[in-house]
Design a protein around this ligand. Structure first.
Ligand code: CP
Ligand code: NVA
Length: 302
């Protein structure tokens, strides 16, 4: 593994190795033990979109590994004035040991990796959110003690989260069911990958009830992602009936977990009641961003 651009690039074994490393680093951190990682590494952190968790967990994570994060927002770096990604990649490669980027087009992340010569980590694009799903898989494994054979369900927009959950969950041997409105299906590349899998089963439906039946974990996410705010009104209509509520939860298996990458819109994709009943799992998930990303940096930047 040279970069973390999208989970499609990783094998199931590579994903499990990241999760095992994340568990070990988490245990070391909780025990106050130092991590065996070279000191003085720097991570450039490019943000073309807002963030709370990703920024704080990466900046804290690299610091806990003995290094330094450098925050670069589009608003005040030359990227915001049109400096090409190819040049940014080559410049940052001369100063830093890794680059984390949150942006719109997946191609920008791929180009950073192509033109630079240091590891690139995708901190969210319109296509994928791999760091989030690594944290999610770590959280599910902590709670359920396994991943293979679980039924993981996603209800809502076929967005970056849906794309990454489908790929990540199938690669570690889980069964995946997804419910989206017809016009908001997951990416075609992800759908083709899912349909090509011979092992665990994959279901895509427009019926949230059918997806939730027998689920061990239910995921949801906002209906209008960053950059799609202008579509909010139309999406509120399109996603009617896709709210994760008590009726949906009643169809899932006993002890079904709920995961939400946050920020959540209570009363839209999830009810206040379901959110609060599963808050421990959801905030464990948020915490694990730190541990999972430390594992990614540990494996890529050592
Ligand atoms: N879940 C997530 O990526 O959160 P932020 O947008 O706050 O980084
Ligand atoms: N799908 C959401 C995830 C936010 C962490 C977005 O892209 O805005």
């Amino acid at each position: 593994m040279k970069h973390l651009l999208k989970l499609l690039d990783l094998s199931g074994d590579e994903i499990i190795n990241i999760l095992d490393t994340a568990d070990r680093l988490k245990a070391e951190q909780k025990a106050g033990k130092p991590h065996a990682f070279p000191r003085g590494k720097t991570l450039a952190m490019i943000f073309a979109k807002n963030s709370t968790r990703t920024r704080v967990s990466f900046e804290t994570g690299i610091f806990q590994l003995g290094g330094q994060g450098i925050f670069l927002s589009n608003a005040d770096s030359q990227l915001g004035r049109g400096e090409p990604i190819q040049d940014t990649a080559r410049v940052l490669s001369r100063y830093c040991d890794g680059i984390m980027i949150r942006t719109f087009a997946q191609q920008e992340v791929e180009d950073l990796a192509k033109f630079g010569d240091i590891p690139v980590i995708n901190g969210l694009t319109d296509f994928a959110h791999p760091c989030q799903v690594l944290a999610d898989l770590q959280t599910i494994r902590e709670h359920k003690k396994r991943l293979a054979g679980l039924k993981i369900c996603y209800i809502g927009d076929g967005n970056n989260m849906a794309n990454s959950i489908i790929v990540g969950a199938l690669k570690v041997g889980a069964e995946v069911s997804v419910a989206t409105p017809e016009a908001y299906r997951p990416d075609a590349q992800v759908y083709d990958f899912a349909m090509s899998q011979t092992g665990p089963r994959f279901m895509l439906t427009t019926d949230p009830r059918a997806a939730a039946r027998g689920a061990d974990v239910i995921f949801t996410d906002v209906w209008a992602s960053m950059g799609m705010e202008a579509e909010t009104a139309a999406r509120t209509v399109a996603f009617k009936g896709y709210c994760v509520d008590d009726e949906i939860m009643a169809l899932a298996n006993k002890g079904c977990m709920v995961q939400h990458c946050l920020p959540a819109h209570r009363g839209e994709e999830i009810t206040e009641k379901v959110f609060e009943e599963h808050a421990t799992e959801i905030f464990d998930e948020a915490e694990n961003r730190l541990h999972a990303q430390k594992a990614v940096m540990y494996l890529l930047m050592k």
